[in-house]
Design a protein around this ligand. Structure first.
Ligand SMILES: Nc1ccn([C@@H]2O[C@H](COP(=O)(O)OP(=O)(O)O)[C@@H](O)[C@H]2O)c(=O)n1
Ligand SMILES: [Ca+2]
Length: 492
């Protein structure tokens, strides 16, 4: 008689079928549940309300990783037409209205279903700091108008405020080092140099120095499990537009109706208005008595003399600390590489001077010959692509940048090459906005995130193998009779 195969009982067949279905279901759930959500992003919007203009930045990051490992990147930027919000002091509603176009662009860029969860921040810098000093109620009204405008959009509005100089400097440093992947990996950090129109910031980590010498210049962070003692300072009125005012004001004190300015090209001549020159807390103390309404501003094109004028705006004598930059401000010795962005980049890029491996003397000589170039020639070469107002000021701005770096911050001909003039890092603009958003959304954890114990594929494989093993075990334990064998089988 043919022996009946004991495996072919109805019970084992049913169990096998159920088991196979269960395993398939288990693996499918494991795969679906943990599948990386491709192309799903979250968004954040930051408005940088600078002294000269406002810019909107949209950031995005993978939706499932917002808290630790996800990389935040700039998705879009929009430059608001017109001047900075502080210029609307006399008609605040227009400050709000000026933002409309860029905000509408943001509505298009951020997918509609993410609008309501997308945080929206506005941070104002030195232009509003100055307006706040000069006219508190005008600054409040500008913020009210801006707030009203921003709240009319479908995003999650998180407020508009003036950043302190320390915040502006520190968040710029966070941005640069985050984008360079230096924080997560605990690498040596890069210092940040930011030049605006109304203020300028320097921030760097100095290891072997006691930053507590000047507590107002120090910020401590714990990021990804590493501690940082950051030195940071913001010089109000030392952005390039306010420094130009100070330089002009200094020179008008000598002869009130005409200035022969070494920082402008030979042949340059324009009529300027005294009231608008002195319309800033940075210069209001210098207003000459009995000044005429206008003065004539003529260019001389002399780099060396221009440097003397700029140097005279730095007080390098008074210092109550072990070491100072200028104006009695503490600064530890410079350390490590530096990234110089915003107006540092715009100016040096226009002047073709972004290569810092070139000897500092050569850089100065090149700038000197640019400054000495007659204004007509400069206009012929560049007026087609650069606004006249900007074009006229590059000699001054270049001279200011070199003087600030060397006489102000004490970069030498040896350390000058540690500076890199940058605009973007991996597609995102260098500036304080990204660092500000990362901080406010808690996207940089204090401790290093635990890396997942297994990659996704490994997890799915292990679940599958274990399920199959359990299933085999179940079948074996339920087998009716073990054929031609009296001993228990051994499972290997
Ligand atoms: N393409 C550009 C854009 C801005 N800039 C200058 O960069 C500076 C930006 O300063 P900002 O508006 O951020 O002012 P702060 O509030 O940072 O002091 C201004 O002096 C602008 O004139 C430039 O030189 N070229
Ligand atoms: Ca700025």
């Amino acid at each position: 008689m043919k022996e009946k195969n004991p495996w072919y009982t109805p019970l084992t067949i049913i169990i096998t079928v159920i088991g196979v279905i269960a395993i398939v279901a288990l693996v499918t759930v494991a795969v679906l549940q943990n599948r990386p959500l491709l192309q799903k992003y979250k968004y954040g919007i930051v408005l940088d309300a600078g002294s000269s203009h406002t810019a909107l930045y949209i950031y995005q990051w993978p939706a499932e990783k917002d808290n630790n490992t996800g990389r935040v990147e700039q998705k879009h930027s929009c430059k608001v037409t017109g001047k900075g919000i502080s210029s609307y002091a006399a008609q605040p509603e227009k400050a709000g209205m000026s933002l409309t176009e860029c905000m509408q662009e943001a509505e298009m860029v951020v997918p509609a279903k993410r609008h309501s969860e997308t945080p929206l921040y506005l941070g104002a810098t030195a232009g509003m700091r100055l307006l706040n000093i000069e006219n508190r109620s005008a600054s409040d009204q500008v913020f009210q108008a801006v707030e009203k405008a921003l709240q009319s959009f479908p995003f999650s509005y998180q407020g508009a405020r003036i950043l302190s100089g320390q915040e502006e400097g520190a968040f710029g440093w966070v941005t640069v080092n985050y984008l360079d992947d230096r924080l997560k990996q605990g690498l040596e950090t890069t210092g940040a140099l930011d030049l605006g129109g109304a203020s300028t910031q320097i921030s760097f980590v100095s290891h072997d120095y006691d930053i507590s010498e000047s507590p107002s210049n120090s910020m401590t962070f714990r990021l990804y499990g590493n501690d940082y003692n950051l030195y940071t300072h913001s010089f109000l009125c030392y952005g390039k537009d306010q420094v130009l005012r100070m330089a002009l004001a200094k020179q008008t004190q000598l002869g009130p109706s005409t200035i022969l300015d070494p920082c402008f090209h030979p042949g340059y001549t324009t009529t300027r208005n005294y009231s608008s020159l002195y319309d800033s807390p940075c210069v209001s103390g210098r207003r000459p008595r009995e000044a005429p309404t206008n003065f004539s501003h003529k260019g001389e094109g002399n780099f060396t003399k221009c440097q003397e004028v700029v140097k005279s705006l730095f007080n390098t004598t008074a210092c109550k600390y072990s070491k100072c930059s200028f104006n009695g401000v503490f600064q530890p010795p410079l350390q490590g590489p530096f990234g110089a962005f915003s107006a540092y980049y715009y100016v040096m890029n226009f002047l073709n001077l972004t290569d810092t491996s070139i000897h500092l003397e050569t850089v100065k000589n090149n700038l000197a010959s640019y400054c000495a170039t007659p204004w007509n020639q400069i206009k012929q070469m560049h007026l087609s692509n650069v606004k006249e107002k900007y074009l006229a000021e590059y000699c001054f701005s270049g001279t200011y940048i070199l003087t600030l770096l060397t006489e102000g911050y004490n970069f030498t001909k040896e350390t000058y090459s540690n500076i890199k003039f940058i605009k973007k890092i991996k597609g995102s603009d260098a500036g304080w906005t990204l660092g500000y958003m990362l901080n406010l959304t808690n996207m940089i954890p204090a401790e290093a995130p635990d890396s997942p114990p297994l990659p996704h594929a490994g997890y799915v494989s292990i679940v599958t193998v274990i399920a199959v093993l359990l299933f085999i075990l179940l079948i074996l334990s339920l087998r009716p009779v073990w054929p031609r064998c009296s001993k228990q089988p051994q499972i290997v």
